[in-house]
Each structure stands twice: as C-alpha cells, then as structure tokens.
Design a protein around this ligand. Structure first.
Ligand SMILES: C[S@@+](CC[C@H](N)C(=O)[O-])C[C@H]1O[C@@H](n2cnc3c(N)ncnc32)[C@H](O)[C@@H]1O
Length: 302
C-alpha cells in the first residue's frame, strides 16, 4: 500500500500501544492500513476496530476476521463502539490529517500544487466543501480561520482579498483560489504561504480540531485502566491540544485536583518528550517531516 500512504513512525507508534495479543484495539485513521496491519501482526485472537471517513480507504481493508472496518467519523467513536457491544478497549491509535492518496489526487483539491476542484472533503458525502467555504463565508469568518488554523500573519488582507476577488470571478478550483490570493501572497515563501492557506481551509472543512477534541474526550471513557492512547499529529495546533489534554486532563490547561489536592488526571504521559522521526525516515519519506508522536497511559482517574 506504499503508493496509497507510507505509514509514519510505524514501529514507535505501534510499540506505544504495548499490545496485548488478546486485547481490543482501535485505529481511528485507517487510511492505507499500514498501522492497522502492524497491529494485526501483533494480535493473536484480539480484535481491531478501524475507522475512516473516506470511502477510498475501503480498498485497503485486509481479509482478516479480527478486523471490523467502520466508514465513520472518529468523533462518533464511543457510540460506534457501543453499537458493536464494546464497552472498553486496550488502546487507540490516531494518525491525524490526510493520507498521501488524498493529497495526491488532483480532484480532491487538497494540494495547491495540482489543478482540481476546490473540494478538500475527507468524506465526499459531507455537505460542505472548500468551494462553499470561500464562496459563502463572511470576511470575519475567513479572517478567523486563516489566523487560527493557518497562523497567517496577513489574515485580514487575505480575507479582504478573497471577498474582493470572488465578486469578480467565482472561486471553484485550486487555480482560482491561487489566482484570487495572488495579490497578498508574498513573493518569497510563496509555497509556504499557500500551504498555510490550504491547511486552514482543510481544517475548517473537515472540522478537524472539533473531531480531535471529541476523540480525546471520549478516549477517557473508552480506554480501560492501563490502556494506551497513541497520537501522531502533523501541525502545532493538533499537537498542542494533545499535549495539553495529556498534561491537564482537559483543554483549560489547569490540573484538576481531588479534595486533598491530589491530581486526578485520566492519562499519564509515557514519553516525557514528543517523539520525532529520525533523519533516516524523513529521507525515505519527506512527508514524515512534521510528524509528532505522543503516547499516554490511562490512569484509574475519570
Ligand atoms: C494520515 S492518514 C492515516 C494513514 C494510516 N495510518 C496508514 O498507515 O495508512 C489519515 C486518515 O484518517 C482519515 N481521517 C482523518 N480524520 C478522520 C476522522 N475525523 N474520522 C475518520 N477518519 C478520519 C483520513 O480520511 C485518512 O485516510
């Protein structure tokens, strides 16, 4: 499946699950199935539940009776497991973001390097695409997503630029968008800038941070004591959320205490420092460059 997606930090992340060969595991981002296949290789009569919202991922499902694949958004993790009659699992792995397959298909519209419809939906049945976003969002809404999700310095100018240009010409393709923002794209660092613009739109279209928040909250109920949470993220917004959730137990960045002042954290970090891919891996797979891996163990606290 290497043309679909090369799995990142494969051994490090699956080692992080500390697999019990008879346990139940969840891979919430199946994609090309690289992490899932490694997990199945370490299971005996355990089970693996895999989620992916993209129907293209179904082409990669191995013929293995221990695997249940759900074409679902992982923000509905807990309900889907209940539906299968599973109350708790031994570990969850999430390899966030888009697969190489999604990125490399021009018609999916994820990459500014390829001509295609401005779509960016991981789930092609979802109602809302990037085209609708750039056509319908107000100037304030555009500024908000460019500054929050792209951390773009001239987000105000960029928002204005899109509003002005969409009056003149409908923005329906990746090329139209690049043309519409040309007036505020810096001459030096053009690619970096466009990557941030596309990233911001993608995060909003797929509600990626809401999904991650839901996943983290639900993982507290779903993972049994001593079980593992393994998350690979690819930009600082996601990594910050994961780090803070492990460190503080929620997103407020305050440690919850019991009445005696003891800490009530639902997870404890297994790796004190974030794990990054080494130069060997990034040479072989440049898309691994931005990966950050965090591993946590479920405590007995709620
Ligand atoms: C980086 S790829 C995972 C690659 C996979 N680990 C492998 O080894 O091939 C991320 C995958 O997660 C899926 N995905 C992202 N967010 C999702 C969500 N909220 N619910 C379900 N699937 C999601 C994407 O469609 C994509 O296929």
């Amino acid at each position: 499946m290497s043309s679909y997606h090369i799995p990142v930090l494969l051994n490090e992340s699956v080692d992080g699950l500390n697999i019990n060969p008879r346990g139940n595991y969840v891979d919430v981002t199946f994609g090309g199935g690289g992490h899932s296949r490694e997990i199945l290789g370490r299971l005996e009569d355990g089970r693996l539940i895999a989620f992916d919202q993209d129907p293209d991922a179904t082409a990669n499902i191995p013929d293995d009776p221990r695997l249940i694949f759900l074409r679902q958004n992982f923000s509905f993790l807990s309900n889907n497991l209940k539906y299968l009659g599973i109350d708790s699992v031994d570990g969850i792995i999430a390899d966030l973001g888009v697969s190489s397959h999604q990125f490399d298909r021009p018609e999916r519209g994820f990459s500014f390097r390829m001509k295609g419809d401005l779509d960016m939906r991981m789930n092609p049945d979802a109602a809302f695409s990037a085209r609708e976003l750039v056509t319908e969002y107000s100037e304030q809404e555009l500024i908000r997503i460019f500054s929050a999700y792209g951390e773009i310095r001239n987000a105000r100018t960029l928002g204005r630029c899109i509003i002005e240009n969409r009056k003149r010409k409908e923005i329906i393709s990746t090329e139209d968008l690049i043309e519409a923002v040309a007036g505020c794209t810096p001459r030096h660092g053009e690619y970096k800038y466009l990557a941030k613009v596309f990233q911001a739109l993608r995060i909003e279209v797929n509600k990626e941070l809401n999904g991650l928040e839901q996943l983290l909250i639900q993982s507290v109920d779903v993972i049994k004591e001593g079980g593992r949470l393994v998350i690979l993220s690819y930009h600082s917004l996601e990594d910050r959320m994961v780090k803070n959730f492990i460190r503080y137990g929620d997103f407020s960045m305050e440690k919850e205490s019991d009445i005696y002042g003891g800490r009530k954290l639902p997870f404890k970090a297994v790796n004190r420092k974030v794990i990054l891919p080494g130069p060997g891996e990034t040479d072989r797979n440049p898309r691994a460059r931005s990966a950050r891996l965090r591993i946590a163990e479920r405590t007995g606290n709620k």
